[in-house]
Design a protein around this ligand. Structure first.
Ligand code: GLU
Ligand code: ZN
Length: 306
C-alpha cells in the first residue's frame, strides 16, 4: 500500500465496560494489521473517562485478552483517567476562542425542539445566547457551523456533513462534570501522535465532530478507516451492553481467523486448525484493507456469535 504515511501510528481504544468480545476483536485485529502491515506502530489507550459505565477489572481483562490473542502494543498503555489536566487545558482553549458555551437543556428540552424531519437528535442551539435555566447544572457545548466537513474514509468512502444542521452544537463536558468522549479522543489521538484511526463504523457519525474539534484546536488531521460492525440476529451491534459473550481464550487462533473472515480476508481452510503464530504470519502477509467492505455483517455467519 503506497499511500500510507511513513510514520504510521495506529491505535485501539476500548472503553473498559466489559471483556473483549467478537465485536471488539474485529476493531483490534483490523487496527493492528493495518498498522503492522504499513510498518507502523500500534498503541493501546484505555478510555476510562466514564466511571459509571465501567466494570472493575475490565481494563486488565481486555489487555490480557489482546495478549492472549497475539496482539502486542508499542509503548505504555495510556489511561484517559490520568489525562484530566490535558482535557481541562483544551476546554480553556475553546473558552478563549469563544467556541464553547454552557447549556442547561434537559434531553426533553432538546427533543421537544427538533427541526422537522430530522432523524437523529439535533441540538437546536437553545442556550447559545444564554442558558435556558439559571443556576442549573450545565454541560459545555462547542459551537458548530454548516461549513461542510468532508473526509475520505478508506472503507466507507467520502463523507460530508453540515454539523450545525445535522448534529448541532455538541457536548465536550457533560453536566455531571465528566469529559465527553469527543473531546478526550481528539486530545489523546494528538498526544499519542496517531496518524490513522481504524475503528468500527458505529463511530463514523462521531468523526465530523472530532474533525471540527481538531480544526478549532489547530491539531493535525488524521486518516480514517471505519470497519463494518458485527451484529446479532436482530441486527443489533454486538456490544457489552447487549451482553456479547466474552472471547474464549483457549480458542484464540480460531477467533482471529473468524475476525479475518469477517474483515473480508480469505484465510485458507487449513488455518482453522493452525496455531496462533501461523495465523498471524498468514494475516501479516496477506492483509488487504481493500477487501474490507460494508457497514455490518451478522456475527453468526463467521462463527462469532455466542
Ligand atoms: N472507546 C470507544 C469505544 O470503545 C472507541 C473510541 C475510538 O476508537 O475512537 O467504543
Ligand atoms: Zn441548552
Amino acid at each position: 500500500m503506497t499511500d500510507l504515511p511513513q510514520n504510521y501510528r495506529g491505535r485501539f481504544a476500548p472503553s473498559p465496560t466489559g471483556p473483549l468480545h467478537f465485536g471488539s476483536l474485529i476493531a483490534a485485529v483490523g487496527s493492528y494489521l493495518d498498522a503492522r502491515c504499513s510498518g507502523g506502530e500500534w498503541l493501546v489507550r484505555i478510555e476510562d473517562i466514564d466511571p459509571p459505565r465501567e466494570k472493575r477489572g475490565a481494563a486488565y481483562d481486555i489487555l490480557k485478552s489482546l495478549e492472549v490473542h497475539g496482539m502486542h502494543w508499542s509503548g505504555d498503555v495510556l489511561y484517559q483517567s490520568t489525562r484530566s489536566s490535558a482535557y481541562e487545558e483544551a476546554l480553556e482553549r475553546l473558552d478563549v476562542l469563544k467556541a464553547a458555551y454552557p447549556c442547561t437543556c434537559s434531553r426533553r428540552d432538546i427533543s421537544q425542539n427538533q427541526p422537522d424531519g430530522s432523524e437523529r437528535l439535533v441540538y437546536p442551539g437553545t442556550c447559545r445566547e444564554e442558558p435556558l435555566r439559571r443556576n442549573a447544572p450545565a454541560a459545555l457545548r462547542v459551537l458548530t457551523t454548516d461549513t461542510p466537513i468532508t473526509f475520505n474514509d478508506r472503507i466507507q468512502g467520502e463523507v460530508t456533513v453540515a454539523l450545525e444542521s445535522e448534529d448541532g452544537d455538541f457536548v465536550v463536558r457533560r453536566k455531571d462534570g465528566l469529559f465527553a468522549y469527543q473531546l478526550a479522543v481528539v486530545i489523546d489521538d494528538e498526544a499519542q501522535g496517531i496518524t490513522d484511526v481504524v475503528r468500527g463504523v458505529d463511530l463514523l457519525d462521531s468523526t465530523p465532530r472530532q474533525i471540527h474539534l481538531q480544526n478549532l484546536l489547530g491539531l493535525r488531521p488524521l486518516r480514517y478507516a471505519h470497519l463494518p460492525i458485527a451484529v446479532d440476529r436482530d441486527g443489533h451491534k454486538l456490544s457489552k451492553q447487549t451482553r456479547a459473550a466474552p472471547l474464549n481464550r483457549r480458542h484464540a487462533a480460531i477467533s482471529v481467523v473468524r475476525a479475518l473472515r469477517f474483515l473480508g480476508q480469505q484465510p485458507p481452510d487449513e488455518l482453522q486448525h493452525a496455531g496462533l503464530e501461523d495465523v498471524w504470519q498468514w494475516a501479516l502477509e496477506h492483509w488487504d484493507i481493500n477487501r474490507v467492505t460494508g457497514s455490518q455483517h451478522p456475527a453468526s455467519v463467521f462463527g462469532g456469535a455466542q
